[in-house]
Write a protein that binds this ligand. Structure first.
Ligand code: BJW
Ligand code: ZN
Length: 253
């Protein structure tokens, strides 16, 4: 896979590198994406499973889907894409990792600070009083977890359609998009807002924007460079080529 020299030059000069990831970065760990032909939304209805209205209408269905996904995620391991991103946190004066993923695989790969735009699937909280819930959610069929403080319904700590993103997370992500020199959009279709605005904000503010995705997306015609390969392949090659490039520059000085 060819890495454009301009990309190596831009990251060599960068003071601040920001990365936005999406479901594609975990695809090579065996976790399904949402909008690919074999993705979750190809067979399931997002309005039924990922909205407050869907949860209120059929909490048993939503809980059984989330329990299944937690099992898949617990059995999964980070892949070379997650590990390459974890390495990048120590390679630049400033580095920001923003993810739309709820699977916590970046944490498990060693990323120390992760801005989670859509929450996480590992934690749960009360719909009503918002208290964290650490009890068992895998109850016998038909039984739903209930808040021990107020009796309210327990829900996964993810962000569903129509819900606000955590304010601290979206503000920190926007600040990074405004101020970074290089912005990577990795494994996301860039179709879900407000996350989809971040690469646009970055480019408008002068960042060099790179997409890492084997497929064409709404962003592909807009970016400054595209690595058209799975992130678990493209990112390790990028780091390898970057190492060689830096050595070459140092030796020529
Ligand atoms: C590989 C690969 C490999 C494959 N390597 N790549 C403005 C305009 C229009 C609509 C809106 C708007 N503002 C808000 C909205 C509404 C809505 C929205 O954006 N809708 C659009 C779909 C049109 N947004 C919201 O509701 C958000 N809230 C909000 O804006 O609040 C304010 C507000 C409220 C009310 C009204 C108006 C404003 C909340 C969004 C929450 C998203 N939640 C989900 C579920 C999370 C919980 C869970 O997981 O169960 O988040 S939906 C789902 O999509 C999930 C993802 O994080 C998110 C993004 O998906 P992602 O990661 O991009 O995955 P895919 O599948 O789309 O793409 C995968 C990519 O990987 C593909 O491109 C592949 O090619 C690639 N790939 N293998 C690298 N190996
Ligand atoms: Zn409660």
């Amino acid at each position: 896979m060819e890495i454009p020299e301009i990309l190596l030059q831009k990251i060599a000069e960068a003071e601040h590198v920001a990365i936005l990831t999406g479901a594609g970065v975990s695809a090579e760990s065996g976790i399904k994406t949402f909008r690919d032909p074999d993705g979750l939304w190809a067979q399931l209805n997002p309005a039924e499973l990922a909205s407050v209205e869907g949860f209120m209408a059929n909490p048993q269905l939503v809980w059984s889907w989330y329990r299944h996904r937690v099992e898949v995620i617990n059995d999964a391991k980070p892949n070379p894409g997650h590990y390459a991103i974890a390495k990048m946190q120590d390679m630049f004066p400033k580095f920001t990792l923003i993810t739309q993923n709820v699977d916590r695989l970046h944490h498990r790969a060693g990323s120390r600070k992760v801005i989670e735009l859509h929450g996480n699937i590992v934690e749960n909280h009360c719909f009503d009083c918002k208290s964290p819930f650490t009890g068992d959610t895998a109850l016998p069929d038909g039984h739903l977890p209930v808040c021990p403080i107020c009796g309210g319904r327990i829900r996964p700590s993810v962000v569903w359609f129509g819900e606000m993103l955590p304010v601290d997370a979206i503000e920190a992500a926007e600040e990074a998009a405004y101020s970074c020199d290089v912005f990577f959009s990795v494994g996301t279709s860039a179709e879900v807002y407000p996350a989809a605005n971040l690469p646009v904000t970055a480019k408008r503010n002068g960042a060099f924007v790179v997409e890492v995705n084997p497929n064409f997306t709404v962003l592909s015609g807009y970016v400054d460079a595209k690595l058209a390969a799975p992130s678990g392949e493209a990112l390790p090659v990028l780091l390898d080529e970057f190492g060689k490039y830096k050595k070459f520059i140092e030796e020529s000085l």
